[in-house]
Ligand binder design. Structure first.
Ligand SMILES: Nc1nc2c(ncn2[C@@H]2O[C@H](COP(=O)(O)OP(=O)(O)OP(=O)(O)O)[C@@H](O)[C@H]2O)c(=O)[nH]1
Length: 298
């Protein structure tokens, strides 16, 4: 992929959902309280929050009545300003059409058929919504992103990579011979293995990478700004780290391994589903050729 875009402001990757962060300072946010994506939350911090139908919107709301760039909310000193961006169906604030207005805690912002609730950083509701959001977007066992949230963030990240002609790679990681672990040591011990593997993954990923549990014993890591070589390097480190990890099962340290399939964004694999298919095919080859290995798309 070309390296032509050097504007640092457009190269910022989508911030992956940070996972549980109890006790961290909260930012103001909007939460979908009616319409598609119920419960979805978007934080408003340093940069303006773009709301619209466009893939690159920070809060992407599907629906014909939503304009591609519908409105934005940005912080201005202590205030949060809502601004309509010339949407066909004008943004409404507490049911009244609005061009620009300062938001107050609890305000309702209507975007097409979706209603958002603005929650200020000092609101007592913020903690509740944070918990609900964590439950909806993260896997309870491993605390990694869940499949649905991964797909949502991956779609955004892929759109961003394509827009700026940046590389991006996907690793799919599958635990080898996991069924015998469950069969021999029980499901709870198996759960412990999955948690431990998630910890190993978390230690290796960079801040902008996105790690998720996408199936029972299947994980995914999306690597923005990584070409196939960089992804293969990462995957090999992950494979080796898991292979070196002493998993305590039945009171003894046991070695377990993972197989990893990698695919990179390209014209042939230009959508999330194509990318996942290609990484899955590579994973299949890794399993077929003996497990405990990394295979890159053919
Ligand atoms: N403990 C536990 N096991 C799970 C969970 N989700 C799926 N599994 C188990 O994961 C196992 C997956 O086994 P298989 O798909 O047959 O594959 P495998 O034994 O890992 O073999 P290969 O993938 O071919 O290396 C099954 O026994 C599932 O019951 C979970 O949340 N916890």
């Amino acid at each position: 992929m070309s390296d032509q875009n050097t504007d640092p402001t457009t190269l910022q990757p989508t911030q992956p959902s940070p996972g549980p962060r109890r006790g961290a300072p909260r930012s103001a946010c909007v939460v979908v309280i009616h319409g598609e994506g119920l419960g979805k939350r978007a934080d408003i911090d340093g940069t303006p929050l773009l709301i619209g139908r466009a893939q690159e919107a920070d809060l992407c709301l599907p629906g014909k009545s939503v304009s591609r760039r519908h409105c934005e909310i940005r912080q201005s000193g202590e205030d949060y300003l809502l601004r309509d961006l010339g949407a066909t169906n004008t943004t409404r604030l507490n049911e009244q059409p609005v061009d620009e207005a300062v938001l107050a805690d609890g305000d309702h912002v209507t975007v097409g058929e979706t209603i958002l609730k603005f929650i200020s950083d000092s609101s007592v509701e913020a903690h509740y919504h944070e918990e609900v959001y964590q439950l909806a977007t993260h896997d309870a066992l491993t605390e990694l992103c869940n499949r649905r949230h991964f797909i949502e963030l991956a779609d955004k990240e892929i759109a961003r990579a394509q827009r700026h002609a940046r590389p991006l790679a996907l690793c799919i990681v599958d635990v080898d011979l996991f069924k015998p672990v469950n069969d021999q040591y029980g499901h709870i011990a198996g759960d412990g293995v999955l948690r431990r593997i998630a910890m190993v993954m978390r230690e290796l990923v960079r801040g902008e990478d996105l790690a998720a549990r996408i199936g029972g014993e299947e994980f995914a890591v999306l690597l923005p700004e990584a070409d196939l070589d960089a992804a293969a390097h990462f995957a090999e480190r992950l494979r080796a780290a898991v292979a070196a990890e002493p998993f305590v099962l039945g009171g003894e340290a046991r070695r377990l391994t993972v197989s990893i399939g990698i695919a990179g964004l390209s014209t042939a694999h230009g959508s999330r589903s194509r990318l996942m298919q290609a990484a899955d095919a590579a994973l299949y080859r890794a399993k077929e050729s003996g497990r405990d290995r990394v295979c890159v798309q053919g």
